[in-house]
Every structure is written in structure tokens, then in C-alpha cells.
Write a protein that binds this ligand. Structure first.
Ligand code: COA
Ligand code: AMP
Length: 634
């Protein structure tokens, strides 16, 4: 760590209240806090207890009041619909306050939940901000999830209102959202009085009389309303993320700590301030979209780029570079998988080299482990610092990163650099003892977590404690394994649970297994994440058929792929599945997924002493080879 960075980090831990109190002064509060950090309900820590503010006011209104109303707040670029326009802070305020007016008029008030199932259109950001404006709690569900996933989230969040759109537009075609929403509401036990549907010209939705309303008409006729002050500790949103079971975890984010942490990170990590252009090429359905497409850039008065398109094919692998150049993006954030997609189509980076990228200062990568090749290629082709940084839905903002707006340190490919101020990161063994430098272990963070991190799981304090706090008392379990080198650089190597990362999208193999088990011919399944050159990881399923099942391998393959797509959604990218006679298990019946993963990825492995039948490992090897997956195994 640089000397300055070391001091800042140490100070953030030794003087938490002063550190975050100072950071909080950059925001507008309607009531000051009684205490920066209230530890009285530990392990449920509260940041800025007693304070009141409004996140939408901080992201929108205060910039208008400061005379920045003409500045572009959201620059929308949608190559898939040929739309490209800017929305000023003035316009944003007008749109958001009318949408908030509509919400209030249908009875949505402070603390009510609103589910948002929408594509990458500015209205999705308006919807989130409108909820924040009136103290409602939004829960955005990623558009690539199927009806069943949406239904699970509706049942957990119990929204009063659902906001959706007629469709999303993917390169493969139009994805009609409305039938998915209707289907989800048929499956859900919880019902809503009202759904507001944005009508897009690419496809018109059929509205259900009495329940569904047309967005454009309703908002045009709604009054503008002001911001409602909420407690800093009140929830701003619930964002569901994959856990180890099929039931997703509803990560709860508060208002005060969130705004403070995001503002701090924009300046220190991303080197972005008022008037700069920032682009996080992700989706609003993920945490990256929540934090760095919507809230953080707006809170600091920057211009955020909102993009409905892909890194390649919309129209070509130069799409990112053209937008960066056109809108003078200073810091750009994407997932390594997107870079790999570009590299595959444009290995010499001809498009980037033909584009004026003078404006671009830093490229940030996160969402999955960044292999050194991808980082080095990007760095060489762009001639810019490429910053791997590590965080998760739960933390909401970076845990380890290079502080590009403060005092950058040397880049070590393969490492997301060092812990960010506020986070005391340790690598520990199974007993909770800190391991030595370069030794692998579980990556944990000492409590209290800094502001902006999850406060609990939605209406499930117990699951929060069980999932994250119980394994090592006094520490938060990240679920990631890795090591720290002698310079304090962290290396995040893998998950310790059943979570896989497919093209930067977090999915649970447990959920895949639940779905596959629904098939009538299946007795038992194991799903593992295996390496993929483009997507980092993809799911691979091995299934044992019931005795007497006569289904052909080809038919089984087709039906299982269709089943996963129907139940989880296209985002699952599920294509690799095969029948196997028997799964490798321990004598106590635990499926040896870890060993299977090693076989699939062609790593060295040892059959565990507790294995029930060592020959099952040969079965796995043969099946994978037959699937043409692990070619090196032949
Ligand atoms: N709504 C509906 N469907 C969606 C969707 C959305 N918002 N997002 C993705 N999908 C669909 C895709 O159309 C695709 O469907 P298909 O199987 O019918 O083609 C499927 O889900 C998988 O999508 P994706 O993971 O995007 O894979 P891809 O093969 O279409 O594209 C990449 C590959 C690498 C170009 C793409 O994954 C990418 O840009 N990744 C960046 C990841 C990212 O931003 N992650 C966020 C964390 S930072
Ligand atoms: P999500 O909650 O979807 O953001 O996924 C978080 C998980 O993605 C982390 O727990 C890691 O397993 C992985 N991840 C994210 N960023 C990185 C990174 N820079 N390096 C390694 N793994 C990462």
C-alpha cells in the first residue's frame, strides 16, 4: 500500500466515526445524526443513527437547486432500438417527481415495496429514484430472469405496486416482459392491486383491465411531489441475489450509509466528480447497476451512461469505445467477460485503436475473477490503467480496489489490489486463525462493516446471521476464498459455496439442481460451474435417471435445457448436461461436487478417503469427455 493509502486505511478503522462523519458532510441531510455508528444493536450495526435525509434529493434535486439543472444526468444509448438521447437533471427531476406522484396517488407510502421488472431504459432509473423520493423500498428484478424467479421475489418482497415494460430488446430479438409478469403473478401467492406498464414502440402489451395501467398516460396525468425525509437507517432497496439454496437472499440497503459510501467511492476509487462522465456497462438489475449506473454517479452530480446493448454485435466490437469517445467518459466499468467477448472478435483491438480515447482515464473491471490475460490485453490495447476490483451484492461498493482518485498503487494482474478504507479484510483458516501471506483461506471482513453494506436480509435477520456472521463470530464471511501477498494485495480465487459466476451474473447451482429435479425421469443431479473461455464459468449438469426411464439422451438434453430456461431464465446459459449412471459421493451421501469441478477443469485432484465408490470418478471423467467438454481429459 502506498504510505498515504496505508494511513487512510488505518485511519478509517481507528477513527470510524470521524472518517465517515467527514465523508457524510458531502451530502445534504434534513436532520443530523445522533451517532455516526451506533453499535448498541450489534451485530446489527447502524450508520448515521438518528439522521434523516432523502436519497433522491441528494441524487437529483440538490443538483438542480445548485444550478446544474441543464447538465445531462443520464445519457441513454440504445443501439438495439436506435435511440440515443440525454436527460438533464431538470428533466430527471420532472420525470421522477411525477412518477412519484403517481405512486403516491395509488397509495404507495414510506416503507411499501415496489417491484421493478424492467429493461435498460431511463424509466427504470426514474422508477428507482421515484421510490426513493417517497420512501418506498424498490426491488429491481433482472430482466433475464424467468417468471418463476420473479414470482419468488414478489412473494418475498410483497410489493404494493409492480412497474414493468412491454418488452426488452436483446440482440436475439424482442423479449416480451408482460407475459412473463402475468405468468409470475399467476404463480405468486402475493397479489398486487396495480401494475404500471411502460409501453415501448417495439411491442405493445395487453393490459389486464382494472389491474394494469399505461405508464405514459398515468405519469402525464400525475402531480409532481417532493422528497419525503426518511431515517438514514430506513431501507432504500432490497436486491435479491443468489444464495446457496433456490430461495434468493434479499439484501437490504439503507439510505444514509449507502449515499455516503457511494459518494466516497466515486471520488476515491473511480476518480469521478461533478460534471464528469461515468459509465458502468452493466444492467440495473444487478448491484453494479444500482450503485454505479443509477445512484453513485447521480449523487456526485456526474453524467451516467445508460446502455441497452452488448459489447459486441450491437453493432460491432467498437461499440464501447465509440460511446466512451463520443460522451467523453472518464472512468469506464465493465465485467471481464465483456472484454473477453471484444477480444474474441477484435483480437488486435483495431476498433479501439481507431478511436480517440483521450478522455478515458481508467478502466475498472469487476463482477467475476479477472484473469491476468484479460487485464493485460486491455491494458496493452488501450494504454490505460486497468483496475480489477472486488466486491459483491452484499457490500454494495468495492471491498478491494486501487484508489485511482486518491493514491494509486502498482497494478498486479490477478489481484484486485488492497482493501479499501472501511474494510478490515483478513484471510483465515477453518478455525478462524489468520493465515500467513500467500496462504489460501476464507476471506472475511471484521465487523462492523462500513456504511453502504447490507444491514440484514429482508425480513430474515436469522438467515443474515446464519449465512454471514455465524461461522466466524465478529467477522462477515464473504463466501470467497483467496490469499493476501506480502504487500497486502488480495487475490480472490474462488467461492467456498455453490455460487457460480456466469458472464458476471451470479447464480446458484443449488437452484439449477432444484429445477432439474422437477423432470419426471430424473432421480438425482449434480450441477457444477466449469471454466468457460468467454463467460468465465458456465453451469454443467450431470443427472442420474430413474430406474426404468426410457427417454433418449437427445430428448433429455432438449427437455432439460428448456426446463432451466423456463424456470430460471435465459441468463442461466444452461447448455451442458448429460446423464450419468452414478454420481460420486462420500459414504455419508454427500455429492463430491468439488472433485467433479476439478476433473472438469482438468486440475489435479485426489479421490477423498471417504469416497463411497472410487469408480464413479472415472464415470465423471468419461461422461465429460464424451460431452466434448474437457478435451484435455481424453
Ligand atoms: N432481459 C432479457 N434477456 C436477457 C437479458 C435481459 N436483461 N440479459 C440477458 N438476457 C438473455 C440474452 O438475450 C441471452 O439469451 P439467449 O440465450 O436467448 O441468447 C441470455 O440471457 C444470456 O445472456 P448473456 O449472459 O448476456 O450472454 P450473451 O451470450 O448474450 O452475451 C456477453 C455474452 C459476454 C456479451 C454478455 O454476457 C455481456 O455483455 N456480459 C457482461 C456482463 C455484465 O455486464 N455483468 C454484470 C456484472 S458487472
Ligand atoms: P455479485 O454479488 O453478483 O456482485 O457477485 C459477487 C461475487 O463475484 C464475489 O463474491 C466474487 O466471488 C465474484 N467477484 C466479483 N468481483 C470479483 C473480482 N474482482 N475478483 C474475483 N471475484 C470477483
Amino acid at each position: 500500500m502506498s504510505e498515504l493509502g496505508r494511513e487512510l486505511h488505518a485511519n478509517s478503522l481507528a477513527n470510524k466515526e470521524e472518517f465517515w462523519g467527514e465523508a457524510a458532510a458531502k451530502l445534504s441531510w434534513s436532520k443530523p445524526w445522533d451517532k455516526v455508528l451506533d453499535e448498541s444493536k450489534a451485530p446489527f450495526y447502524q450508520w448515521f443513527a438518528g439522521a434523516e435525509l432523502n436519497t433522491c434529493y441528494n441524487a437529483v434535486d440538490r443538483h438542480v437547486e445548485a444550478g446544474l439543472g441543464e447538465q445531462i444526468a443520464i445519457q441513454y444509448v440504445s443501439p438495439v432500438t436506435d435511440a440515443e438521447y440525454g436527460i438533464s437533471y431538470n428533466e430527471l427531476q420532472a420525470q421522477v417527481s411525477r412518477l412519484a406522484g403517481y405512486m403516491q396517488s395509488v397509495g404507495v407510502t414510506k416503507g411499501d415495496r415496489v417491484v421493478i421488472y424492467m429493461p435498460m431504459v431511463p424509466e427504470t432509473a426514474f422508477a428507482m429514484l421515484a421510490c426513493a423520493r417517497i420512501g418506498a423500498i424498490h426491488s429491481v428484478v433482472f430482466g433475464g430472469f424467468a417468471a418463476n424467479e420473479l414470482a419468488t421475489r414478489i412473494d418475498d418482497a410483497k410489493p404494493k405496486l409492480i412497474l414493468s415494460a412491454s418488452c426488452g430488446v436483446e440482440p436475439s430479438g424482442i423479449v416480451e416482459y408482460k407475459p412473463l409478469l402475468d405468468n409470475a403473478l399467476e404463480q405468486a401467492s402475493h397479489q398486487v392491486q396495480e401494475c404500471l406498464i411502460l409501453d415501448r414502440s417495439q411491442c405493445h402489451a395487453t393490459l389486464i383491465e382494472g389491474r394494469d395501467k399505461n405508464w405514459q398516460q398515468e405519469v402525464a396525468n400525475s402531480p409532481s411531489v417532493g422528497c419525503v425525509a426518511v431515517a438514514a437507517t430506513d431501507p432504500l432497496y432490497v436486491l435479491y441475489t443468489s444464495g446457496t439454496t433456490g430461495q434468493p437472499k434479499g439484501v437490504v440497503r439503507d439510505n444514509g450509509g449507502h449515499a455516503v459510501a457511494l459518494a466516497w467511492s466515486m471520488a476515491h476509487v473511480y476518480d469521478i466528480g461533478q460534471g464528469d462522465a461515468f459509465w458502468a456497462a452493466s444492467d440495473v438489475g444487478w448491484v453494479v447497476g444500482h450503485s454505479y449506473i443509477v445512484y453513485a454517479p447521480l449523487i456526485v452530480g456526474a453524467t451516467t451512461i445508460m446502455y441497452e446493448g452488448k459489447p459486441v454485435g450491437t453493432p460491432d466490437p467498437g461499440a464501447f469505445w465509440n460511446i466512451i469517445s463520443k460522451y467523453k467518459v472518464k472512468s469506464f466499468f465493465t465485467a471481464p467477460t465483456a472484454i473477453r467477448a471484444i477480444k474474441r472478435e477484435d483480437p488486435e483491438a483495431k476498433y479501439a485503436k481507431a478511436t480517440d480515447l483521450e478522455c478515458l482515464k481508467n478502466v475498472f473491471l469487476a463482477g467475476e475473477r479477472c484473469d491476468p490475460d484479460t487485464l493485460l490485453w486491455t491494458q496493452e490495447m488501450l494504454q490505460k490503467p486497468v483496475i480489477d476490483h472486488w466486491w459483491q451484492t452484499e457490500t454494495g461498493w468495492p471491498v478491494a480496489a486501487n484508489l485511482m482518485g486518491f493514491d494509486p498503487v502498482k497494478i498486479k494482474p490477478g489481484s484486485p489490489a488492497q482493501p479499501v478504507p472501511g474494510y478490515q479484510v483478513e484471510v483465515v483458516d477453518e478455525m478462524g486463525e489468520e493465515v500467513e501471506a500467500n496462504q489460501s483461506g476464507n476471506v472475511v471482513i471484521k465487523l462492523p462493516l462500513p456504511p453502504g453494506t447490507l444491514t440484514t436480509l429482508w425480513q430474515n435477520d436469522k438467515r443474515y446471521e446464519d449465512s454471514y456472521l455465524s461461522m466466524y463470530p465478529g467477522y462477515y464471511l464473504t463466501g470467497d476464498a483467496g490469499y493476501m501477498d506480502e504487500d497486502g494485495y488480495l487475490y480472490i480465487m474462488s467461492r467456498i459455496d455453490d455460487i457460480i459466476n456466469v458472464a458476471g451474473h451470479r447464480l446458484s447451482t443449488g437452484r439449477f439442481e432444484e429445477v432439474l429435479c422437477q423432470h419426471e425421469d430424473i432421480a438425482e443431479v449434480a450441477v457444477i460451474g466449469v471454466s468457460d473461455k468467454l463467460k468465465g464459468q458456465v453451469p454443467l449438469g450431470l443427472v442420474v435417471l430413474k430406474v426404468g426411464a426410457t427417454i433418449s439422451e437427445e430428448q433429455l438434453h432438449k427437455e432439460l435445457i428448456a426446463l432451466v430456461r423456463k424456470e430460471i431464465g435465459p441468463v442461466a446459459s444452461f447448455r451442458l448436461v448429460s446423464a450419468i449412471q452414478k454420481l460420486p459421493k462420500t459414504r455419508s451421501g454427500k455429492i463430491l461436487r468439488g472433485t467433479m469441478r476439478k476433473i472438469a477443469d482438468n486440475q489435479s485432484y485426489k479421490a477423498p478417503a471417504t469416497i463411497e465408490d472410487p469408480q464413479t470418478l472415472d464415470l465423471v471423467k468419461n461422461t465429460l469427455t464424451r460431452m466434448g467438454y474437457a478435451d484435455a481429459l481424453v
